[in-house]
Design a protein around this ligand. Structure first.
Ligand SMILES: Nc1ncnc2c1ncn2[C@@H]1O[C@H](COP(=O)(O)OP(=O)(O)O)[C@@H](O)[C@H]1O
Ligand SMILES: [Mg+2]
Length: 265
């Protein structure tokens, strides 16, 4: 069973993450690919409880460090209970927000050091990094206007929206700059998408990246294996995996006999 692919969506409030994550999961299902749509904070029963605490306007104020630790407590459980089992079963995981959100919200915009967040990321996430991260970029004012329209229920005050949506405009500008910096620093993993177009146009662009990047990803894996086999011929043997199982097994047995069973009674 090959491992499924892990794709994350990032971006500011109202940039279209949830909309596009759902469209991508639907499209994968049409293609016969079993995809799990999940979100952060949340995505497992424990992590959803932590989400409720984090997003509750009544939660007392706390430091960026306390907040980051809560996000990582939730993320550890989400990885163990939902993400890793799905990937191991060959299912694709589409996650609405992941580690980059912590890097920018509690790090770049919240003031927590990159070293502290890097340590948490290594402890909790590695080696389950996303293969592809789609950053939806939108001017914060436009995103917040969308988010407010989405949540708009007559009589519901702004005070009842989630605490992150209510931060000052500079905070949202810092978030955007933080996302752009990550996308620039990790071009292998990240793609920047203009979030201002129509939903279907954006979905088509994302689909193009998914098709292109993930096939390239597998080609890079193969090239990596070939390079190791070539560099360490004493230890490594390259086997053509295209034949029948018995033919391959016979070839493998020949190598085991020649290399390991010489002189063994
Ligand atoms: N490309 C788009 N153009 C206009 N409105 C959009 C677009 N994408 C999403 N929306 C709407 O904007 C609101 C916020 O989108 P959503 O996907 O929930 O954003 P996010 O999850 O990033 O906060 C929703 O009401 C959604 O229907
Ligand atoms: Mg959303």
């Amino acid at each position: 069973m090959t491992r499924g692919k892990f794709i994350t969506f990032e971006g500011g409030e109202g940039s279209g993450k949830s909309t596009q994550a759902r469209l991508l999961a639907d499209r994968l299902k049409v293609r016969g690919i079993d995809a799990v749509l999940t979100r952060e904070p949340g995505g497992s029963p424990f992590a959803e409880r932590v989400r409720a605490l984090l997003l509750d306007p009544a939660t007392p104020s706390h430091s960026a460090l306390s907040e980051a630790l809560l996000f990582y407590a939730a993320r550890a459980d989400h990885l163990d209970k939902t993400i890793r089992p799905a990937l191991a079963a060959g299912r694709w995981v589409i996650c609405d927000r992941f580690s980059d959100s912590t890097r920018v919200y509690q790090g770049v915009a919240g003031g927590l050091s990159g070293d502290a967040l890097g340590a948490l990321e290594r402890l909790v996430v590695a080696p389950t990094q996303p293969e592809l991260t789609l950053f939806l970029d939108l001017a914060p004012g436009d995103g917040l206007a969308r988010a407010r329209a989405r949540g708009a229920t007559p009589g519901v005050a702004l005070a009842d929206t989630d605490p992150f949506e209510r931060r000052d405009p500079q905070f949202h500008e810092r978030l955007r700059a933080g996302y752009l910096a990550i996308a620039e620093a990790e071009p292998q993993r990240c793609v920047l998408i203009d979030g201002a177009g129509a939903p279907d146009t954006i979905a088509a662009e994302i689909w193009g990246h998914v098709e292109r990047r993930l096939s390239q990803f597998h080609e890079r894996l193969r090239a990596g294996y070939l390079a190791i086999a070539e560099a360490e011929p004493q230890r490594c043997v390259l086997i053509d995996g295209a034949g029948a199982p018995d033919t391959i097994a016979a070839e493998i047995w020949g190598h085991v006999e020649r290399r390991l069973l010489q002189g063994v009674p």
